[in-house]
Ligand binder design. Structure first.
Ligand code: GLA
Length: 690
């Protein structure tokens, strides 16, 4: 089991860097693809664009170690000196994400095996098994050589371990490691049998050696086996990260060490990783064609800040224009790229970087956009890059500042995993889609949320939202109850608290651990027909939902999933009208201590959910950062330290009244009475004494 190595110096290491450099600005620099002449041109252009940090060496292993026992770093010496001379700092990566072809050729056991038993080969990247001892030895050896050589180089200011950890392997060595992990967790094979419920389908194990990863099977795998394999795979990757991090730390106590996360990445539990990073870093590639991207991105950014316990984080990679890995890659105009970068800063980022600095001419990512496109510096993309560099310099006053949040939104990787194993009431109830739907009204109202892990301390939050959380332990439920009792609004979504830590379904009426708090209980899960079921809103009990209830367009509906519920003292706000659940409660509210608790036992349409969330905010006195922002579609408002960020994601200019005179940090201009935020534009306002 991972043990937290969190210590206060983690944040201090990163803060020392940004105190010196300001907001970090740059990108991946895959310099092994270029000649010394190009390096010189790049260093000059970087300086001119305000770039102050580049990530170097992520994919350089084959260049460092072209054949076993032969190492060549001389070329890197030259570039690091050059970058340093131009005032560009280096985030030096361990090159372990992409081993040289000779490693897999000589040691096939280093290559990963998929669930079908197919051994994957070199020729792409990520071709290693996290469980391979030989891979780990070679990864540590090249890391040691790199760190020893560059630990005193003045250009190196940060360390970057590997790249986007996410590999999974089902091979024999992984099976051995999985069994080792299981022994640590369960001690005896009897306890494993209990946890996995192996009396079902005669799955009982008599000996550890019989236990395997969930490889291809004739029919549905055991859900707890599948869940444990996900837990193990995440821990195995963390062990790999830690090996390299510890090696770096043994040589360098000062500089921050990180790796790049991937938002709500399904294969790694970032809650269990985050304390091992000196600064949380994220790679984000929102689709320019997705109208929900601004809100979904804000949620991911709130997650990143929350993983780092509120400390600044780094947007380590994003695309300045189009990516090349979707089927159809829409471009991103420079104004949008700027807006997305400012959004990250608003939500706590002290670094805004891209993949990558210079566009590759060859290889799988030759059509991925870059800060310096194939067409060169005389382009709209590169002009945008220079402008953003200048903007970020102006935002230096927000470096290190915190983003206050009144709302906590529960999210848990283990629950997500368990809820998505095969064979369940419906595959349409999607944990992440629910989380996003519940976040949306907060984003629209200009109310900031932290993402919290079930069981985390909830003190200080006025509102706690618990979208569908399938696995919920009693201690986490107790914290929710305590939060309501001291005055918070707690809102709980469907299919929550269904299962325990082993993913076994709890017996008795659900939601077991929250039944008393919510004063409602259920007995059947009921997926709804494709067109859903109307909701009858009781406008006397729920007057604030009257406009939704009476709208002619059928705005009040239950979709996807319902539950057969009965109130045990809660006020019924809305009932199913028709279908299998006709007349039964769908949404309830009850007083709970000094606070209130809502239960939403379905997937309501967005206007209904928005009413619930807004009522919960109002009941606990959680106000938007800027009154009036709710009325302006596409306008995002976030407070960070003393600064109020207004980000206009819409295609129309918008105006919003301001409570006090302010100055825009980006222009230096006074803004009085009303803020005018141009389409795809942003203002960063600091209050001014009149
Ligand atoms: C990821 C990787 C990069 C690059 C980009 C763009 O974020 O870390 O190496 O592949 O995607 O596709």
């Amino acid at each position: 089991m991972p043990v937290s190595t969190h210590d206060a110096s983690a944040g201090a290491r990163f803060a020392a860097l940004t105190e010196d450099l300001g907001i970090l600005y740059g990108g991946d620099y895959n310099l092994e693809q270029w000649t010394p002449d190009t390096w010189r041109e790049d260093a000059r252009l970087m300086r001119e664009a305000g770039v102050n940090l580049v990530t170097v060496g992520v994919f350089s292993w084959a260049r460092y170690e072209p054949r076993p026992g032969v190492r060549d770093f001389a070329w890197l010496d030259e570039v690091l000196d050059l970058l340093h001379a131009h005032g560009v700092a280096v985030d030096l990566a361990t090159p372990t994400a992409s081993p040289p072809a000779w490693l897999g050729h000589r040691y096939p056991e280093t290559l990963p095996v998929d669930a079908d038993g197919v051994r994957l080969v070199a020729g792409s990247r990520n071709h290693f098994s996290p469980a391979s001892r030989v891979y780990r030895e070679h990864a540590l050896a090249i890391t040691a050589a790199l760190v020893e050589r560059y630990v005193d180089h003045p250009a190196v200011r940060m360390w970057h371990v590997g790249n986007e950890f996410g590999q999974v392997c089902y091979g024999d060595e992984s099976a051995r490691e999985f069994r080792r992990w299981l022994r640590e967790r369960y001690g005896t094979v009897e306890r494993l049998n209990e946890a996995w419920g192996t009396t079902f389908w005669s799955q009982r194990y008599d000996d550890w050696d019989e236990v395997l990863p969930p490889r291809r099977m004739p029919y549905h795998p055991n859900p707890t086996q599948a869940l444990d394999f996900r837990r193990y795979s995440s821990d195995q990757l963390l062990a790999l990260y830690r090996d390299q991090r510890d090696l770096i730390r043994a040589h360098d106590a000062e500089r921050p060490v990180t790796t790049n996360f991937m938002g709500f990445f399904p294969l790694v539990d970032y809650w269990s990783w985050a304390d091992d990073l000196d600064v949380v870093a994220d790679d984000a590639y929102p689709d320019p064609g997705d109208p929900d991207a601004p809100a979904d991105t804000a949620l991911t950014q709130d997650l990143m800040r929350s993983l780092g316990r509120g400390r600044p984080w780094v947007l380590m990679e994003q695309a300045v224009g189009a990516v090349s890995w979707r089927d159809h890659n829409l471009p991103k105009p420079p104004a949008r790229s700027r807006l997305e970068s400012l959004q990250a800063v608003a939500r706590g980022a002290d670094g805004v970087c891209f993949f990558q600095w210079r566009a590759s001419r060859a290889g799988a990512e030759r059509f991925h956009s870059a800060m310096l496109p194939h067409a060169g510096p005389d382009t709209r993309v590169h002009a945008g890059v220079r402008r953003l560099g200048a903007d970020l310099r102006l935002l230096r006053p927000v470096v290190g500042a915190r983003v206050p949040a009144d709302v906590a939104l529960l999210f848990d990787w283990e629950s997500w995993w368990a809820a998505h194993e095969l064979a369940r009431p419906t595959t349409r109830l999607d944990t992440l889609a629910q989380l996003r739907a519940w976040y949306r009204p907060l984003w629209e109202a200009g109310v900031t949320a932290d993402v919290v892990r079930p069981g985390d301390d909830l003190d200080g939050y006025a509102v706690v939202l618990v979208p569908q959380t399938y696995l919920l332990q009693h201690d986490a439920a107790d914290r929710l109850t305590a939060a309501a009792e001291r005055g918070a609004s707690v809102v709980v979504g469907p299919f929550t608290g269904v299962a325990d830590r082993d993913a076994h379904v709890r017996t008795g009426r659900f939601p077991g651990p929250l039944r008393e708090l919510l004063r409602v209980s259920g007995e059947e899960w009921v997926p709804l027909p494709d067109d859903g079921t109307p909701l009858a809103i009781d406008t006397r009990a729920w007057p604030s939902a009257a406009s939704v209830a009476t709208s002619v367009d059928g705005a009040a509906r239950a979709t996807t999933f319902g539950e057969m519920l009965r109130s045990e003292g809660a006020t019924v706000l809305a009932r199913f009208a028709g279908g299998h659940l006709d007349g039964l409660p769908a949404i309830t509210r009850t007083a709970a201590g000094a606070g209130h608790a809502w239960y939403v036992g379905t997937v309501p349409t967005a206007p209904v959910l928005a009413r619930v969330v807004e009522d919960a905010l109002a009941a606990a006195g959680a106000a938007p950062v800027l009154p009036g922002v709710r009325a302006v579609a596409g306008l995002e408002a976030v407070r960070r330290g003393d600064a109020l960020f207004l980000l206009n994601h819409s295609a129309a200019d918008v105006r919003v009244p301001l409570p006090a005179p302010a100055t825009d940090l980006l222009t230096g201009a006074p803004v009085d009475g009303e803020a005018h935020v141009p389409a795809t534009g942003a203002l960063v306002l600091i209050e001014r004494q009149p």
